[in-house]
Write a protein that binds this ligand. Structure first.
Ligand code: CA
Ligand code: CA
Length: 255
């Protein structure tokens, strides 16, 4: 009799586990549906030439849908990065840093984002850093510190996510730190005890951005809360040609 009860109990537990697993799958599928998926892996180079407008805005097809997208960041430190997807087309939509940080960045105190083709494959990549503010003497690492390799979606979902171990980052920007014409990432980082410093993470053909602390290049030490001059000279200008006359206005059919 005891053995029969034990078998019945085991069966019930099995059913409960199955029900939880099914619920989990449904929940996961729901998330993916509501936020969309990463764009399909590209099978050919982008038909849209990445270039800079006269106003210095980067335009490229970052989500590989054939439509030109425009990237601006008036803050120059990643705080107000905004991407307009499908500029001038019927499907034009806009996404700021919180939307690009996706679900994980939704409730964070601060979000920073920057774009560049860090791994040199021709597709624009996205860096997202998000978390709580710095309080007190000890640095607080961000909750999210990621490179999302492009093409990426309007919710910031890329082909692959690379975790970046950059410490307590506050601001980020793209720059050519080692003057090799390839984009690197500047990070304004809290070192603790009121001291901030600027570090560069170098662009890397394999990883996208180097993850080895020995590859850091300290560019300046600073105290206080204002990013140093390095950030004033950062931006996409070094890495892209000026747009030709027809580049920015040409969009595919808007059906
Ligand atoms: Ca696009
Ligand atoms: Ca890339």
């Amino acid at each position: 009799m005891g053995a029969v009860i034990a078998v019945a109990e085991a069966r019930k537990r099995q059913l409960r586990r199955g029900a939880w697993a099914a619920a989990g799958l449904l929940l996961f599928a729901g998330c993916e549906d509501s936020r969309g998926r990463a764009p399909l892996p590209p099978t050919a180079p982008s038909a849209v030439t990445a270039c800079l407008t006269a106003a210095g805005e980067l335009t490229a097809d970052v989500n590989n849908d054939g439509y030109r997208d425009r990237v601006v960041d008036p803050s120059r430190v990643g705080a107000r990065l905004t991407i307009t997807f499908g500029v001038g087309s019927a499907r034009e939509t806009r996404a700021g840093v919180r939307a690009l940080a996706d679900r994980a960045g939704e409730h964070q105190q601060f979000v920073r984002a920057a774009v560049a083709d860090f791994d040199g494959d021709g597709w624009t990549d996205l860096v997202v850093v998000a978390g709580g503010g710095q309080r007190g003497d000890d640095p607080i690492d961000p909750k999210i510190s990621e490179l999302r390799l492009g093409p990426f979606s309007d919710t910031g979902r890329g082909q692959r996510t690379v975790h970046l171990d950059m410490g307590a980052v506050k601001d980020i920007a793209v720059a050519d730190n080692n003057q090799d014409r390839y984009p690197d990432l500047l990070a304004y980082t809290y070192s603790g005890d009121g001291v901030y410093e600027t570090r560069a993470r170098l662009g890397d053909r394999t990883a996208g951005l180097t993850n080895d602390p020995h590859e850091y290049t300290d560019t300046a030490d600073g105290t206080g809360y204002d990013p140093p001059d390095d950030f004033l000279h950062a931006g996409p200008e070094s890495f892209y040609p000026r747009c030709a006359a027809g580049d920015v206005t040409a969009v595919p059919d808007t059906a």
